[in-house]
Design a protein around this ligand. Structure first.
Ligand code: UDP
Ligand code: MG
Length: 326
């Protein structure tokens, strides 16, 4: 017989051996303090250190602790997805391994869930120890995303949140490859609310989100949740043609009244190169979207599991569904 689990934790990690010991202790306290049976699913996203061994040892001592090891590094968002596909709790809490998502805040998240909310986002009020550039760029980005996207994605909210089992079910049915979970959680609807917290520094180790990965995630957010960049082509195209037409009329009038026109090569070059640049830019934007279609059309599984501990049911992978018409 299966025991009913109330709270499931999903904790993705990559090369976090310095923090996992402390996290396991704090988590064990938290699970003891919560008002229902708990499980903690750790997802090893291709770590190259002793992290998986630390979790595996804990899993052998404590049946609440479970481990899934992905076959390589698939990225944070996919690791969270793998965790979501295995949990069984009535409420699921996603948090980082580095204790930047403080376990105490979970009590506040749970209170809102008990009050009837199905998605409780944890919003960063203060960000300690992050560079001014990171704070500034994050702020700018969230504003831009809010302007561009058709769904309201809460600002300064990362992946730390509590969601109801219904929401997990909804997310499982979304097979997209380029996953921007914070956008997906905002998109699915349900009763949502926000709890604020002050984000501490990571306990130890370095961020696993270097600028390049950060940019990639930011792109996934914009492209996955907005088609404004695509429509930009239309407006820019219209604007440029209008400009060209006006200039054409101007030249015609000059030619009509003065006759001499050979002197215009500089402006010709300027306009030509401007148009060429515009063309490249717009094809680039279109390329971003086509790239996504290409990525989706390969229809590969999102990840592979190489090993797991404590997971009784096979790990579910979202399989693309075949739709037959007629
Ligand atoms: N992470 C992961 N796979 C990756 C990158 C990060 O599983 O490819 C995990 C990481 O171990 C941590 C969480 O995702 O538990 C958030 O990463 P990090 O703390 O480095 O991001 P930051 O807080 O600096 O934005
Ligand atoms: Mg962190």
């Amino acid at each position: 017989m299966k025991t009913q689990i109330t709270y499931s934790f999903v904790i993705p990690f990559m090369n976090e051996e310095e923090v996992l010991g402390t996290l396991l202790l704090r988590l064990s306290d938290l699970m003891g303090a919560l008002d229902g049976p708990c499980e903690a699913v750790f997802v090893d996203d291709g770590s190259r250190d002793a992290g998986a061994a630390i979790v595996a040892a804990a899993a052998r001592r404590d049946p609440r602790v479970k481990l899934i090891r992905l076959s390589r590094n698939f990225g944070h968002q996919i690791a969270v997805t793998a965790g979501l596909n295995t949990v069984r709790g009535a409420a699921v809490i996603i948090m980082d391994a580095d204790l930047q998502d403080p376990p105490e805040v979970v009590h506040d998240l749970v209170a809102q869930w008990r009050a009837g909310y199905e998605i409780v986002h944890a919003q960063r009020r203060l960000r300690e120890g992050e560079t001014r550039f990171k704070k500034w760029s994050a702020n700018l980005y969230y504003r831009l995303l809010a302007r561009l996207s058709s769904v309201e994605i809460p600002r300064n909210v990362g992946d730390f949140r509590l969601v109801d089992a219904k929401v997990v079910e909804a997310i499982r049915s979304m097979p997209e490859r380029d996953r921007y979970l914070r956008g997906m959680f905002a998109w699915v609807g349900f009763r949502q609310t926000i709890v604020q917290f002050d984000r501490p520094q990571r306990l130890a180790g370095k961020t696993k989100y270097p600028l390049k990965k950060m940019m990639r995630l930011a792109m996934d957010g914009v492209i996955g949740f907005s088609d404004v960049p695509l429509r930009l082509a239309l407006w820019l195209g219209a604007l440029v043609s209008l400009g060209a037409m006006t200039y054409g009329i101007y030249i015609f009038v000059i030619a009509l009244f003065t006759g001499g026109l050979v002197a215009g090569w500089a402006s010709t070059i300027v306009i030509l190169s401007f148009l060429a640049g515009m063309n490249l830019l717009i094809s680039g934007v279109i390329g971003l979207y086509v790239g996504r279609i290409h990525n989706e059309s390969k229809n590969r599984p999102l990840y592979f599991v190489s090993e797991s501990i404590g997971i009784t049911e096979p790990v579910r992978m979202p399989q693309p569904k075949l739709v037959v018409h007629g």
